[in-house]
Ligand binder design. Structure first.
Ligand code: GLN
Length: 310
């Protein structure tokens, strides 16, 4: 593990030298207050050990990284029925795009763009109140991370609720098309709060173990999701996890990954590691600029790739 710590220290010092750090998202005003100077990275390896560097213990807004946890939870509860309401194809469009929804009769291309994740939040609202759905999501993430301290950042959640007009447009369109089963405001109340979950890189890397290790959080532990579901979520992360930057991320990093506009990325080296990285500045398509660079370095150093050797 000392090797991994040394690799991560090298990556953190290389990132500290970077001057072009991207742009912090400010369309959710509360996110715009975050210092772009942060950088953190954490890796949980197959033996369960953790290595980290930089601001890896500092919580940040996980935003769209939450979409992989809500998807795993919804698949566990409703199974393949979920796929009647959301597709599995990359969209090639920005995360908040509305343009395909009308042509596709209100069925979002995949669960990792906003429209698709809003449908997944709606699925999790079945037989639940908004508070119960949020508690179910938090309970799942806490269990995955083995950390009861994880919660929602109320200031970020209300900042997004106050400004989330585009997400409202997506939700109302899908409601009109019959693909939302609840009051759009209730579905969005779940969605905004799941996006506002705050976690550190160390907590996020722990929460991602179920995807890296075929449903398990530790060697020999009970499965949190089935190995088949872990594999499917990983395939979606690879093809759709970075929106219209997914092809580039697969090309440069070669691992399934899910980004969020808070600057976090969860990446998965199946059977080898669960990796979380955070740097708030984003590239042109809304993915963490230094986070992506750091993962490229890590993939190069370790040889991890789902596509074979370097
Ligand atoms: N909460 C954000 C939104 O809906 C999530 C987007 C993201 O992280 N890409 O706009």
């Amino acid at each position: 593990m000392t090797d991994m710590s040394a690799i991560l220290d090298d990556i953190a010092s290389a990132m500290a030298q970077e001057t072009g750090r991207g742009r912090v998202a400010d369309y959710i005003p509360e996110l715009g207050k975050v210092d772009p100077g942060h950088f953190g990275i954490a890796v949980v390896s197959a033996d369960g050990s953790m290595a980290s560097a930089g601001d890896a213990a500092l919580p940040f807004s996980i935003q769209s990284v939450s979409k992989v946890f809500t998807l795993a939870l919804a698949l566990g509860q409703q199974g393949d029925k979920c796929w009647t309401r959301v597709g599995r194809e990359p969209s090639g469009d920005p995360f908040n795009s509305i343009v395909q929804l009308e042509a596709d009769d209100g069925i979002p291309r995949n669960p990792l763009i906003n429209a698709g994740a809003i449908v997944v939040s709606d699925i999790l609202l079945a037989e639940r109140s908004v508070d119960e759905a949020v508690e179910a999501i938090l309970g799942f993430v806490r269990r995955a991370a083995g950390d009861e301290g994880i919660g929602v950042d109320a200031a970020v959640a209300s900042s997004e609720r106050d400004t989330g007009f585009r997400n409202r447009a997506l939700a109302h369109f899908m409601r009109a098309a019959g693909n939302l089963h609840h009051d759009p405001e209730e579905t969005l109340a779940v969605y905004f709060r799941q996006c506002a979950i705050a976690m550190s890189c160390e907590q996020l890397a722990r929460a991602g173990r179920m995807f890296a290790f075929a449903g398990h959080t530790a060697p020999g532990s009970a499965e949190l999701i089935t190995p088949a579901r872990a594999r499917r979520v990983n395939s979606l992360m690879l093809t759709c996890g970075h929106y219209d930057g997914s092809g580039e991320f697969a090309f440069e990093v070669g691992l399934p990954g899910k980004s969020g506009v808070g600057g976090g990325i969860l990446a998965v080296a199946p059977g080898k590691a669960s990796i979380a990285v955070w740097s708030p500045g984003l590239n042109a398509v809304g993915n963490s600029k230094l986070g992506t660079m750091a993962l490229e370095m890590l993939a190069r150093e370790t040889g991890w790739s789902v596509f074979g050797g370097l």
